[in-house]
Structures are given as C-alpha cells and as structure tokens.
Design a protein. Sequence first.
Length: 228
Amino acid sequence: MTQPPSRGSSASALDERHKDFPGFGPADFDVFAIDGLEPRMSALISGIRPKLEELGSRLSPELSVLSGTEFHPHVAKHARRTVNPPSDTWVAFAANKRGYKAHPHFQIGLWGTHAFIQFAVIYEAEGKAEFARRALERLDEIYALPPAGQGYVWSGDHTRPEAAPHDGMSRDELRALFERLRTVKAAELLCGVHLDRSDPLLQDGEAFVRKAESVFQTLMPLYLLASR
C-alpha cells in the first residue's frame, strides 16, 4: 500500500504562518442542544464555523503535502435545512475545489457528544466498489493501519454519531464493512478518531491540530487507495 510522505520543511514553514488555533470548548458542543433551526444555526455560524474555516485553511496545505495533490476545504453550510436543525457540523477536505461528497475526503467536525477527525467515503462517492475491491485485497494492511490504543473507530454511516472501536474489531468485521461498501449502493465507510467533548486535548488548540495531522498521516494510505 502506498505510504504518504513524512511532514517536511515545507509543512513546518506553513505551520509558522498561522496563529494558534483556539480549540473547542463546552459552548461549542452545547450549540447542538439549542432548540430550533434558526437559533441553532445562528450559534453555529457565530461560534463553530469560524473555527472550522480556520482549520480548513490551516490543514489543507498539510494534506496537500501528504498526498501530493492540492486539497481544498469545504465547510458545511446546512443550506438545505428548512425545519430540523443540524445534529453535527464539519469541514471536509477534498482534492476537488467544487465539492467533496463525490470524492474520498477527510473531515473534522463536532457532534454534541464528541469531535471527530476522519477519512470518509460517503454514499455519493464515485468508485466506491472499486475502492472496496482493492481494500479487500489488502485487508491485512488496512487492519494494521490504525495504531492500537489511539481511539480509532470505524463507521458505515456518517449520519450517526456511533462508531465501532478498531481495537475491538475483528478482521471479519472489517471485511464486512468493505463488502457492504462493494455491494450496497448507499453504503459508506469512515475511519478516524472520536474525542469525547470532555477530552482536555480539545481545549488545547495546537495539540488538537497536531492530533489531526497525525490522524491524516495515519489514514493517508486509505485515501491514496480510494483515489486511484
């Protein structure tokens, strides 16, 4: 499986241009307890969205270095919502300037319970079956990608907050996720790290950025396999 390049001097130079990221606090997660579409969206736009935009501009160059392809940030707008307020929000990173849903991508975002940093192939993605087939051929390599004890999880549905811990997952269970991705049109696959809203790392903004960089580098082989 293709390995991403290590972070080099160019990435370090990019880091030096940015101010410290403020992190996420209780008020950010509490946004998702606000009743009503307009009040929740107002709080999300004023409080969370600027942080996601900052992460987008800061980490897109990092992903470009790791992948060898220019990445672009896409902050969720939730523009199609007319009644129900969003239960989560995110910034997606994709190698397409116009959108991300049809492509393998990375996400950073929040639910009311936790933050997530993850690789994603969602239901609209092109070439899902081919990616799944290649992944099944290299299942042992993929199974070994997430480091033990680091909180990595797998999911087959980006609309639900729950995910299965990698540390407790068997190869057969992982195989079943990829088999579903190969055979079911609406199937999805996500892998990454969930950080509980009480995790102190979230309020240490620079530590959170370093964590995101680490997750991106760990999961870049999945992205490279999916984007072939």
